[in-house]
Design a protein around this ligand. Structure first.
Ligand code: AMP
Length: 394
């Protein structure tokens, strides 16, 4: 199938071709026709499958074909869980809609609201928003959702998981005149089902499995050490293996910052992103990392969500993640674009070991335990046969 066959307008076809897309991805081929028709849609697809264009292209097409915006009316809304994702979606809309006269803007919390309010006052067709800030601005009377025709919930599972259930349903309740609602989610959780059941009618359901050849090719290893040796072990690993583009994940903001300070003191070219760092600073750090000017990026799961950086040599789980799904997201940063990637998990106590075993079982992964000597040489850990205790009879 080609983009031409999807009946998209010429300005969109031109922008898509300039973005370098030759053929629609499976989710695009299946989702674009029903969204163009104005049907409700439930799309089960992961990031990386091209789902942003799957909802952005038909949305732009419908808006550009319809009557222009009434003064002050917002016509389409994309709700997404994190600011990083919101920014990325905003960039995609700007790229796909570059030959259309439609305006879009992005709003999210953690930064001053004035520029966002100013942008809305100037008039926007498409609003890309995180639920918290959107509810704030609705409450202050800056945003009215009554004219929204097209509404998309992106990463619905994550958004509902992050405790936004009430915020999200409150927002959907306000979008009274919507013509269709699209739900995109990596997993169809109970909450996603509930939202679909409450608000969608006669929805088209699409599930896209990541193609086998598109699956990242990642060698997964673990190293066991004491909690006090974790930082030193990670540092030795990075230096001895000569990794040039590393992403390290910690479970908390506090750990992220502490590790970053410690690595910087040790002379490592690293920086971190987490919820306590200003948005503008986070963006600068991300840009340096993307441009290859920063070797090591340390992040929390939430701050790193949706970051699309190819060519990461190695992912290190400094803390074993609490959620199995986080592990999959974390290691998915490496091994992209048909290159081989490496993921390491640093394990320092029994609960972490148990978590990692659980991840292996749940995701059907094999993680090879390794031993590192003082010079950073690595050898596979010998797996000892379980000792069966001898019963002693008295
Ligand atoms: P997404 O799943 O929307 O985050 O997209 C993942 C990546 O795939 C982004 O870098 C897009 O620019 C890219 N992409 C989306 N659609 C296509 C396509 N049809 N052909 C090639 N690349 C695409």
């Amino acid at each position: 199938m080609t983009f031409n066959e999807l009946n998209l307008s010429a300005p969109l076809l031109k922008a898509v071709s300039e973005a370098g897309y030759e053929t629609p991805s499976p989710i695009q081929a299946s989702a674009i026709p029903p969204v163009l028709e104005g049907r409700d849609l439930m799309g089960c697809a992961q990031t990386g499958t091209g789902k942003t264009a799957a909802f952005a292209l038909p949305m732009l097409d419908r808006l550009s074909g319809a009557a222009p915006r009434k003064k002050g009316a917002i016509r389409a809304l994309v709700l997404t869980p994190t600011r990083e994702l919101a920014l990325q979606i905003g960039e995609s809309f700007a790229a796909y809609g570059k030959y259309l006269k439609l305006r879009s803007t992005v709003i999210f919390g953690g930064v001053g609201q004035t520029p966002q309010v100013e942008a809305i006052k100037k008039g926007v067709d498409i609003l890309i928003a995180c639920p918290g800030r959107l509810n704030d601005l609705i409450g202050q009377g800056y945003i009215d959702l009554a004219n929204i025709e097209i509404f998309v919930l992106d990463e619905a599972d994550r958004m509902l998981d992050m405790g936004f259930f009430k915020d999200v349903t409150r927002i959907i309740d306000k979008v009274k005149n919507r013509k269709n609602l699209g739900l995109f989610s990596a997993t169809i959780s109970q909450e996603v089902m509930t939202v679909s059941w409450m608000y969608q009618r006669d929805e088209v359901e699409i599930t896209v499995e990541p193609k086998q050849e598109d699956r990242p090719d990642i060698d997964q290893f673990s190293i066991t050490c004491t909690p006090l040796e974790k930082a030193e072990t990670s540092l030795r690993l990075i230096r001895s293996q000569g990794y040039e583009r590393v992403m390290i994940f910690c479970n908390t903001k506090h750990m992220c910052q502490r590790l970053c300070d410690e690595f910087q003191r040790a002379g490592l070219d690293c920086d971190c992103i987490h919820g306590d760092i200003r948005q503008s600073q986070r963006e600068k750090t991300m840009q340096r990392y993307r441009d290859g000017k920063l070797a090591v990026l340390i992040a929390t799961d939430v701050a790193s969500r949706g970051i699309d950086v190819d060519d990461v040599d190695c992912v290190i789980n400094y803390d074993v993640p609490e959620e199995n799904e986080y592990y999959v997201h974390r290691i998915g940063r490496t091994g992209r674009a048909k290159k081989k990637g490496v993921a390491w998990s640093i394990v320092s106590n029994f609960p972490e070991k148990a978590r990692l075993d659980d991840i292996c079982k749940y995701c059907n992964f094999t993680i090879q335990p390794m031993v590192m000597d003082k010079d950073g040489n690595l050898t596979p850990e010998e797996v000892k046969a379980p000792v069966t205790p001898k019963r002693r009879f008295r």
